[in-house]
Design a protein. Structure first.
Length: 312
């Protein structure tokens, strides 16, 4: 694993700074971080180190508060600050720097956009359109809209993970590595069985959903399937996302608005983090009404200002 992570470190840096990335990559691996996450952290920390080099800081001994501040100011996005802060903490704990310079970097919380949500009517239009498109695409769309399964898990869904006798889907999520068990709803069961019987290519591939052409690999274009059927259904996405994640959001929003407990929603979507579902609470308008505060009555100069009076 460490060697794989080190292969991602390719752009030339001074040897001592290159070693910092290698050591940090190995540290992240030991702590159980996913390889994709490590590659992202290394990429962003590399940009930070490149900025250090551009101002003449080419070895760990030259790292100081002034250089760190200048290198961070040259980063293209504030979202890079958090991985750099964690990287700087590693450097002092590992003895590469004499002080903890992470305090130089301002705290930055990445803004969370409102989840994209589609109405029940739009979802029904999408499902009806997919039904008339192909049996495979209809089954895929139902797994997205009715169960909120991630596209990566649908793409690799195998026969071993679908129990048609017990009417249950049991899988290990590719994103989190955690197990997920969901009910095999009657309409989804029928759609999958119809696809297997009438449309699935004759292949020993363990994945259920396959491409329509040789060599019949598992599908990888679920986002395209969703977007094409949205267009065919005449649904304008506008500023909303148009992939499978948007329909995970729609399912979560619908469940929250139906007063289903947040923890049940979280488990249904396969989230590990207990805070992951909080963003959907912002869409629960009816529940939020109970916490609305009355607008206080304007007084003094502000009241005169609202009334159009001249305030000297």
């Amino acid at each position: 694993m460490a060697n794989q992570n080190n292969n991602a470190i390719s752009n030339a840096l001074p040897a001592e700074l290159e070693q910092l990335l290698i050591s940090y990559s190995e540290h992240c691996t030991r702590n159980g971080l996913r390889e994709s996450s490590i590659k992202l952290y290394i990429k962003r920390d590399r940009w930070f180190l490149e900025n250090l080099v551009s101002i003449g800081c080419e070895c760990p001994e030259f790292i100081n508060a002034s250089n760190v501040s200048a290198a961070c100011c040259a980063l293209k996005s504030n979202c890079y600050l958090t991985p750099v802060r964690t990287f700087l903490r590693f450097l002092v704990n590992a003895g590469y720097t004499d002080r903890d310079y992470s305090h130089v970097i301002p705290l930055y919380k990445h803004p969370q956009p409102m989840p994209s949500v589609y109405s029940i009517k739009e979802i029904q239009q999408l499902e009806n359109t997919a039904r008339n498109n192909s049996k495979r695409n209809y089954a895929v769309v139902l797994l997205v809209t009715r169960l909120g399964i991630r596209s990566s898990d649908i793409a690799l869904l195998s026969f071993d993970e679908v129990d048609f006798d017990a009417d249950v889907i049991r899988l290990v999520q590719k994103k989190t590595g955690s197990p997920l068990e969901l009910p095999l709803l009657p309409e989804i069961k029928e759609a999958i069985q119809c696809y297997i019987k009438d449309e699935r290519p004759n292949s020993n591939n363990p994945c259920i959903f396959l491409n329509k052409t040789v060599p019949y690999n598992h599908i990888t274009n679920i986002g395209i399937i969703i977007r094409r059927n949205l267009r065919r259904a005449g649904i304008e996405a506008g500023a909303r996302r148009a992939g499978s994640n948007a329909f995970r959001s729609s399912l979560a929003s619908s469940m929250v608005n139906d007063n289903i407990p947040y923890d049940v929603v979280r488990k249904t979507l396969g989230h590990i983090d207990t805070n992951a579902i909080k963003s959907y609470a912002r869409l629960d308008i009816e529940q939020l009404r109970a916490y609305a505060l009355a607008v206080p009555k304007a007084t003094d100069g502000f009241a005169d200002f609202l009334a159009g009076k001249v305030v000297l």
